[in-house]
Ligand binder design. Structure first.
Ligand SMILES: [Zn+2]
Length: 240
């Protein structure tokens, strides 16, 4: 997963590391003749690389950064990216590009209404894919020229959305993020996870459960962020 460089620091040996938006650090050594990165040695050089994206393996593996939540700025970047990912998924599936933002709004409202019903065992990207397709179908019924879309809601069709959800997962605190990544993306059951992390199966189960709760909260939080940014008024959620 690509992550923007937000700063630099040095390890205990004085080697330079890039600090990524996710909080992971990655060595960017100047180690000639093997690795030539003279720019990393000067403040001016480093500043030129701020905002440049690096592939973060640690994110793909769900490696914990720390148990702190990410900074508000980084969170905002994650939320904006989620919007971008949604648009990218929706765009090829509708006939009229002018409909895309309206669809994002409907999707936001649907997520807002349904996020609390989301069950731990639901595959998140499939759940999201169903919502998006439902919204597109609804809109198309009123359009002159319905788009030719597949309504397949299997995991394969949901793959692009899996990336979007993965971005959101990145805002969870360390051990919960790792648990959700292992459960959702690597398909590990709690006993296997427990073995890999050297914790008890009940602890593994608890982390997945809490991680999923946090992810639902992040989805809801995204709805509020997006609504505020776009000037939408979210419908009141019925108290149950
Ligand atoms: Zn990372």
């Amino acid at each position: 997963m690509e992550r923007a460089i937000v700063g630099f620091d040095q390890d205990e040996l004085g080697d330079w590391r890039a600090i990524l938006a996710c909080g992971h650090r990655q060595h960017v050594r100047h180690n000639p003749p093997l690795v030539e990165r003279p720019w990393v040695l000067t403040e001016e050089g480093r500043s030129r690389f701020l905002g440049v994206a690096l592939e973060c393996k640690a994110c793909d593996e769900g490696e914990p950064v720390s148990d702190a939540m990410i900074t508000p700025d980084a969170l905002e970047a994650v939320y904006r990216q989620f919007h971008t990912d949604l648009v990218r998924f929706i765009r090829p599936r509708v006939a009229d590009p002018g409909m895309v933002e309206g669809i994002v709004q409907d999707v936001c409202f649907h997520i807002h209404a349904q996020a609390s019903d989301l069950d731990e065992s639901d595959h998140l990207a499939s759940w999201l894919s169903q919502i998006v397709h439902k919204v597109i179908d609804n809109r198309d019924r009123h359009a002159d020229q319905p788009a030719d879309l597949s309504t397949a809601d299997d995991r394969e069709a949901a793959a692009p959305l899996a990336e979007a959800v993965k971005g959101l997962v990145a805002c969870l605190p360390g051990s919960y993020r790792q648990a959700v990544v292992m459960a959702e993306y690597q398909g590990l059951r709690p006993p296997a996870m427990a073995e890999r992390l050297d914790i008890s199966p009940s602890e593994a189960e608890a982390r997945v459960r809490r991680g999923r709760e946090m992810l639902n909260e992040a989805l809801l939080d995204w709805c509020h962020f997006e609504a505020e940014r776009q000037g939408w008024v979210l419908p009141r959620r019925s108290a149950q």
